[in-house]
Design a protein around this ligand. Structure first.
Ligand code: NDP
Length: 254
């Protein structure tokens, strides 16, 4: 029921953090992977790491800024030379640009965050959905955040983009469920990655509040996301559509 062998999963931002945690989970369940990032060194490091851990697996890497439509088009020409279709798309890539208060965030930074966190989901989903339809099935998993639920003085664009992820997920699920394509979202809690490392240093007083506020009593790790991502990519979630699942050690229940 959770088997992913003979499936090809594309993970944006799969070269580190949560994306890499999900990549490892998918490889354990037999998937082939296509990993996309912008940073060549990170791509090479994760390539070496995964090749050592999963020597039998087929893993391809692409360097691409997924907000640039022309680059994405070009990348998919290459991808579709090797793959008839993508079975699983994980829209995971994201950034945060913080400011003390919303008005302090420049329009340029606002646009960048919305573009990477939200608009890229539309760009990427639009590139895979027609072939999924032809194939008769597909899974799309969008990565939201606790700020899909809560607001944030520090991360107004981030929260706006992640709130949008929930609504975009429902809209795509509404459109494509009839084609046997399940679109769902995961809302990670506070996870130790490069993204939150900066936050922990810049806002130590907020960092100190997170652990005691989390019922599980700890920060998450990228591997904590893998189980739900496997479920949403597999036959086990065939009748699950348009939901956003918090994976947060209970943070959002308080
Ligand atoms: P990381 O910074 O570790 O990873 C982000 C990834 O996104 C990187 O691999 C990066 O690759 C990729 N990326 C960013 N912009 C682009 C772009 N324009 N084109 C292609 N790839 C891009 O962060 P996390 O692993 O923490 O975050 C992953 C997702 O999880 C994000 O959507 C984030 O918002 C979300 N999230 C994270 C939480 C946390 O606590 N860490 C909590 C809730 C949600 P490269 O560097 O090569 O560009």
């Amino acid at each position: 029921m959770f088997d992913l062998s003979n499936k090809t999963a594309l993970i944006t931002g799969g070269n580190g953090g949560i994306g890499l945690g999900i990549a490892e989970g998918y490889l354990q369940f037999g998937a082939s992977l296509i990993i996309i990032g912008r940073n060549e060194q990170k791509n090479e490091e994760s390539r070496a790491y995964l090749a050592k851990k999963f020597p039998e697996s087929k893993i391809s890497f692409f360097i691409c800024d997924i907000t640039e439509v022309k680059s994405v088009d070009q990348m998919f020409i290459e991808i579709y030379k090797e793959n008839e279709s993508i079975d699983i798309l994980v829209n995971n890539a994201g950034i945060n640009i913080r400011a003390t208060e919303p008005q302090e965030l420049s329009f340029e930074d606002w646009s960048k965050v919305i573009s990477i966190n939200l608009s890229s989901m539309h760009i990427m989903s639009s590139k895979v959905v027609e072939k999924m339809k032809k194939n008769g099935s597909g899974k799309i998993i969008n990565i939201g955040s606790m700020l899909s639920i809560f607001g944030s003085t520090y991360g107004s664009a981030y929260a706006a983009s992640k709130g949008g992820v929930v609504q975009y997920t429902k809209s795509c699920a509404d459109g494509w469920s009839k084609d046997n394509i399940q679109v769902n979202a995961i809302l990670p809690g506070w996870i130790v990655t490069a993204m939150t490392e900066k936050f922990r240093i810049t806002y130590p007083e907020r960092h100190a509040l997170i652990q005691p506020r989390t019922p599980a009593g700890r920060w998450g790790t990228p591997n904590d996301l893998a189980g739900t991502a496997i479920f949403l990519a597999s036959e086990a979630s065939q009748f699950v559509s348009g939901v956003s699942i918090p994976v947060d050690g209970g943070y959002s229940i308080r």
